[in-house]
Design a protein around this ligand. Structure first.
Ligand SMILES: Cc1cc2nc3c(=O)[nH]c(=O)nc-3n(C[C@H](O)[C@H](O)[C@H](O)COP(=O)(O)OP(=O)(O)OC[C@H]3O[C@@H](n4cnc5c(N)ncnc54)[C@H](O)[C@@H]3O)c2cc1C
Length: 470
């Protein structure tokens, strides 16, 4: 009897998992494998290792109910698959739309073909496969709005109706005798242990959160999503990224909620995710550098001290520091604040966006190549449909507008707890006498701004102008 093997990539879920459902329907014995390629992760994606190890733990338990073993293989994918020759197996997996992953698929398919191993690939965790969304002349979209108008219509024309579910298989077997456990995947650092305080990593939890979000918060999403202390967004990004929940499931659940501006806005954000996937596949060069090549001449600063201050949340700008500390502590950062800290790095400090991208890659639980690279280039002004470089966020005004009372800042920068709201985003302006009376002196208990906003803004604009002259 042929055994069904499901290669789990970014899809730690039972529901709406096409490869797994197909295998469970067609085989009496099914085994799920997760291949951990150390090289792919080392010194990158550190936070994500924690999420994956937790995912393996909870998903393994869920699979057990269906008589399916989850085996953890620590190897390079190609090395592992080359050993399958002669085994009576059928292999299934869901695609991941990253150029490196799709190239790997091609290599593995060639190997499977050569060894006459049967396999089948399924659509991955996207609404539309990027290849199906092009302009009339067949070229890819570079601007979000027309992309999304088109993509949404295509999706609506063929919303998947397949609601089949995973079936319990007859017999359970450990096919590869793997002795690895989820613990082998945890990062070597202690810092990740804090994430336990903030996240419950399981498929069930993603559904609980979505349900709560759709019931309580989506109608206000359009407004609340911009205010970091309000908890106005879904916070589903790490679950989506690691496939605890399929975006098609989210769409279907959204379509059952009364249509309102919040739902439209929310689906629009999923649209940005689709757009980013399309961009990195049509323009894979953007994974290594600027999509707009004129930015190759940008006079970036190499300033280790400022970069470290930014990473550690010690820039002296409370809204920036709060964001960086929130990410370090919880593995997640609010979207507006991601834009503010990103803008601060590339414009106030004029440090290359790739430094920021790398740091986020290591710290974010929701890190994914498409969103991270596309959004960093959006912030830096060198990407598709990007914010123009000359539009420079003022970190003081951003704070005053989106965190008026300083609740967000006080949560993540507790040094400033006693500061009056009026000064929370520019604490250096508070009279020194008063700073002393509340025991928080700027320059001693909390840093002075590492750059002066107006000066930094001018330098950034001059640097940008130099691009044009060249
Ligand atoms: C510099 C920078 C880097 C970023 N890096 C990442 C990243 O590595 N991974 C990531 O998932 N998002 C990234 N984002 C986008 C966005 O900040 C997060 O998706 C969002 O904050 C996640 O929170 P949420 O689930 O509550 O979002 P919601 O507001 O609830 O949005 C729902 C979902 O839509 C998607 N989404 C939302 N905003 C965006 C966006 N701007 N672009 C693409 N998809 C979006 C996410 O999958 C998100 O879970 C980045 C944004 C910036 C400015």
């Amino acid at each position: 009897m042929t055994v069904g093997i499901v290669w789990i990539k970014d899809d730690f879920r039972l529901e709406n998992n096409s490869a797994l459902i197909h295998a469970s329907k067609n085989h009496d014995t099914v085994s799920a494998i997760y291949i951990f390629n150390k090289e792919f992760f080392d010194n990158r994606r550190e936070a994500q290792k924690w999420w994956i190890s937790k995912s393996l733990e909870s998903f393994g338990k869920n699979l057990n109910i269906y008589n399916i073993n989850l085996e953890i293989i620590i190897s390079k994918e190609v090395d592992f698959f080359s050993k399958l020759k002669g085994k009576n197996i059928n292999l299934y997996w869901n695609k991941v739309y990253e150029p490196q992953q799709l190239n790997l698929d091609r290599k593995i398919i060639e190997m499977l073909d050569n060894n006459k191993i049967h396999y089948k690939l399924f659509k991955g965790n996207v609404l539309n496969e990027y290849q199906s969304i092009t302009k009339k002349d067949g070229t890819p979209f570079k601007v979000f709005s027309p992309f999304w108008r088109h993509a949404e219509q295509i999706y609506l024309d063929k919303v998947p109706s397949d609601t089949s579910k995973i079936q319990k298989v007859k017999s359970k077997k450990n096919i590869f005798n793997s002795k690895n456990t989820f613990v082998n995947i945890l990062p070597n650092k202690d810092w990740y242990k804090k994430f336990d305080n903030y996240w419950n990593v399981s498929e069930e939890e993603s559904h609980v959160q979505l349900k709560h979000f759709l019931k309580e918060r989506i109608s206000k999403y359009g407004n609340d999503r911009d205010f970091p202390s309000l908890n106005g967004s879904s916070k589903l990004s790490p679950y989506i990224r690691n496939g605890q929940i399929n975006v098609n499931t989210i769409w279907q659940k959204c379509s059952k909620v009364n249509k309102n501006i919040g739902v439209r806005k929310y689906l629009n954000e999923l649209g940005w995710r689709e757009f980013s996937h399309s961009l990195i596949n049509y323009f894979p060069q953007m994974l290594k550098g600027n999509l707009r090549r004129e930015f190759d001449r940008f006079p970036w600063e190499k300033n280790k001290k400022n970069l470290e201050a930014w990473k550690k949340g010690l820039t002296g700008y409370p809204i920036v520091d709060a964001g960086m500390r929130q990410m370090y502590e919880t593995g997640w950062m609010h979207n507006r604040i991601r834009m503010v800290v990103g803008s601060f790095l590339v414009k106030h400090l004029r440090i290359n966006w790739q430094e920021g991208e790398r740091h986020f890659r290591n710290c974010l639980l929701d890190f994914n190549e498409a969103n991270n690279v596309a959004q960093w280039q959006w912030v830096a002004g060198c990407g598709a449909d990007a914010a123009p470089y000359f539009r420079i966020f003022n970190p003081i005004l951003q704070g005053e507008k989106f965190d008026k009372n300083g609740d967000y800042v006080k949560k993540w920068v507790p040094e400033l707890n006693k500061y009056p709201s009026k000064y929370i985003h520019k604490p250096w302006e508070l009279d020194l006498k008063y700073q002393k009376s509340i025991d928080t002196v700027i320059g001693k208990d909390y840093p002075e701004p590492i750059v002066i906003h107006e000066e930094a803004r001018k330098k950034a604009l001059d640097a940008f102008k130099s691009l044009k002259k060249n």
